[in-house]
Design a protein around this ligand. Structure first.
Ligand SMILES: [Fe+2]
Length: 407
């Protein structure tokens, strides 16, 4: 029995909070800031190995001139994937693919579809969730993947038949990944984003982030790949993505990127690479990055952002939570009335309902808090208990959440 009857851990002779244990804490400390010195050391190296298949390395960013896909043998494709994997894992964390889309007339057609979608959405009243920009500074299409398909199936078919996309994605994620996309059009005068890391943990506030064990904070980078397809030319003055090469290798980075000293260091040391229309940019989601400031007179900096997810983010079976909550709400309310928000009530809520509000629909489920994640089913159940909701009310709210989350 490792625990004493009063709940004190058996400490095995080493010090930890007045007691002793040989076991290191599983969590990063929310009180002790990550080391800026360590971060500086990691991110001020120059590219330590060369990437022979890259045509050049500019400001530590390897740049690949993509040939015709069909001209390459499987071995040549695999050799490219080896370099990309190395870059993302332990190299600069980011690379450019020149000529990812060579047919710019296809991009013009797709841009017309995007413009129609944006026009229609502007006509709809309502708040739009944009995690970083003030409203009006840019145009955003959430879930451009689905909307593009339904608005322009022909160009969608051609655009998403580009075999470079799965080659690049599978270099990092392996097979069976799921691609999603969001369009971002940044207007002249738009300010830069604050440096950050991306989904998953980049969508959590600091307190939520700190609850994830160290190994999972590192592992989360393997669950997604970030990409961008330039739908316009992006000269430097238009503010293409600011990047801090090697910053993805900083294990405590999700705890660090909100800290002003780290943000200031990013402002000093970031690099940017100009892109031509049709170029791609791919990076590890743990890379510190930020959209740049658009100082151009007239460039509408337009990108289709690709967010590609590993197959391993999914459970083995589907759980439809609605009928389970319907069947147990009355009993849960009874227990709550007797015992309040006891450990048992919290446990049941955590088991029966979803605690993670993704995947979702970011048009309808606008993030309300600094944490940038919308409310979860578990949040809703706790709210329902605390406010004494009858079953009908709870189920109506739950159904609305499910409907709003659909594509
Ligand atoms: Fe981002």
């Amino acid at each position: 029995m490792p625990f004493l009857t009063n709940g004190t851990p058996n400490t095995n002779g080493h010090t930890n909070g007045g007691k002793t244990t040989p076991v290191a804490p599983r969590l990063f400390s929310a009180d002790r800031p990550p080391s800026l010195e360590e971060f500086k050391k990691l991110t001020t190296q120059s590219t330590p190995i060369q990437y022979p298949l890259a045509s050049e390395i500019t400001a530590n960013v390897p740049i690949y001139e993509l040939p015709d896909y069909s001209s390459l043998s499987p071995q040549q494709r695999s050799a490219l994937q080896d370099e990309w994997y190395h870059i993302l894992l332990s190299g600069p964390g980011v690379f450019v693919t020149k000529g990812l889309y060579r047919d710019t007339s296809l991009l013009d057609t797709v841009n017309d579809v995007y413009a129609k979608i944006i026009d229609e959405e502007k006509k709809l009243a309502g708040k739009r969730g944009d995690h970083f920009a003030g409203s009006g500074a840019n145009d955003r299409i959430w879930n451009s993947f689905s909307k593009h398909c339904l608005k322009g199936p022909e160009s969608f078919l051609e655009y998403y038949s580009n075999p470079w996309l799965p080659l690049i994605s599978s270099a990092w994620l392996g097979p069976h990944h799921r691609l999603t996309a969001q369009v971002n059009i940044v207007k002249p005068g738009a300010k830069a984003q604050i440096s950050h890391r991306d989904y998953h943990i980049g969508f959590q506030d600091n307190e939520s982030c700190a609850k994830f064990p160290k190994a999972l904070q590192v592992a989360s980078q393997f669950l997604t790949l970030q990409g961008a397809v330039a739908h316009s030319d992006m000269p430097l003055e238009s503010g293409p993505t600011r990047l801090l090469p090697f910053s993805q290798t900083f294990e405590e980075g999700y705890m660090a990127y909100r800290i002003p000293e780290f943000q200031n260091f990013f402002l000093e040391k970031h690099v940017s690479t100009p892109l031509d229309k049709g170029d791609g940019l791919f990076f590890n989601p743990a890379l510190f990055h930020a959209a740049g400031q658009n100082d151009s007179a007239d460039v509408l900096r337009s990108a289709n952002l690709l967010q590609i997810s590993s197959a391993f983010g999914k459970p083995m079976e589907m759980i439809d939570t609605y009928p389970l909550i319907e069947a147990t709400w009355a009993g849960l309310v009874d227990t709550y009335k007797k015992n309040g928000l006891s450990d048992e009530v919290r446990t049941f809520v955590a088991n029966v309902a979803e605690g993670y509000p993704f995947p979702t629909n970011l048009d309808r489920r606008v993030p309300e808090t600094a944490g940038m994640a919308p409310e979860s089913e578990q949040d809703l159940l706790i709210k329902g208990l605390e406010n004494g909701w009858a079953k009908e009310k709870l189920l109506a709210e739950l159904q609305k959440m499910k409907d709003d989350s659909r594509a």
